[in-house]
Design a protein around this ligand. Sequence first.
Ligand code: URA
Length: 291
Amino acid sequence: MVQLTPVQLAWLQEIGMDRRQLQPYARRAEDVSAAAPAVSAQGPQARRASAEGLRPAAELLAGQSAAAGAARPDPASGAARPPAAAPAARKLAKAPAGVGSSGPLPLDWQALQDHVAACEACSLHTGRSQTVFGSGATEAVDWMIIGEAPGDRDDRLGQPFQGKAGELLGAMLRAAGVGPETPVFYTNLIKCRPRGNRTPKPEEIAACRPYLQRQIAMLKPRRILALGWLAAQALLSESSDLEQLRGQVHWLQAEDGQRIPVVATYHPASLLSRTRHKANAWRDLNLARSV
Ligand code: URA
C-alpha cells in the first residue's frame, strides 16, 4: 500500500476526508490527526504540500476499481490512454445557426477576450458587471478547469471561482499535487453571470460555446476537468447523469482535431453540502492527474 506524507494527509482531512478512510495510507497512525489542522489556503503548509509533490496518481488508484471504460495507465509510459475500444473523441457540439457569436472568432488570445467582453449574443449581457473570460496560465496549460457560470462575486471581480466553492476547489487541487506552480486555466461554460445564480439555460450555453471551443483550441490543455453535471454533459454532449460520466476518461476533439482527455467530477459547490462525495471527487482528481 502506498503511503501519504503527513502534509498530504493533512490536506485530505482539510478538504473533509474522513480519518478512517485515510488511515490505511498513513505511515504512522498518529499522522492522521483526530481533528484536521487549520490550513490556510496560501499558508506554508500549502506551499510545502505542493513542493513535496504527491506520488503518482496511478499508484493511488492501484487497488481501487476504476469505473468501467476508465483509461488505464500505459505500462510503457505510465500515462493513461484511451481504452482499447475507446469511443471516438467527441466534438464540442456547435451552436445552432443564428445562436451565439456571429462571424469568425479572433485567433489571438487578447482579441478573443475583447470580443467576449463586447458579446451581446444572449440576454445575459444585460445583467453582467463584466464578462468573466477565465484566468490562469495560458502557456503549456496542464489543467483546464471548466465550471458552470460566474457567480455574483466572480461577476464583480471579473475572475472565476472567487467564492467558497473556489476555495474548496483550490484546496482539493493542492491536495492532489496541483500547486501554485502548475499551469492551470479556469473558466466556465458561460462567461456572464446568470442573475440570482440560477442554472444557465441551454440557449445561453449554446451562445457561449464558440468561445469555450476557441479557448480549448488555443490553450491545448493536457487535460480538462469538468465540474458538475452541466459542464460534463455540455462538453461531452452526453445526457447521462454525473455518476455515469465521472470516474472515467472521456476524449474531446478540439477544433483543430487534437484529442484532449476530459474527466468529469462533482462541482465543488455541491461538495460543500454533500461532503460524502469528496472521496469520489478525490479519486476523479487523481484519475485526471494520471492522464
Ligand atoms: N464560480 C465559477 O466561476 N464557476 C462556477 O461554476 C461556480 C462559481
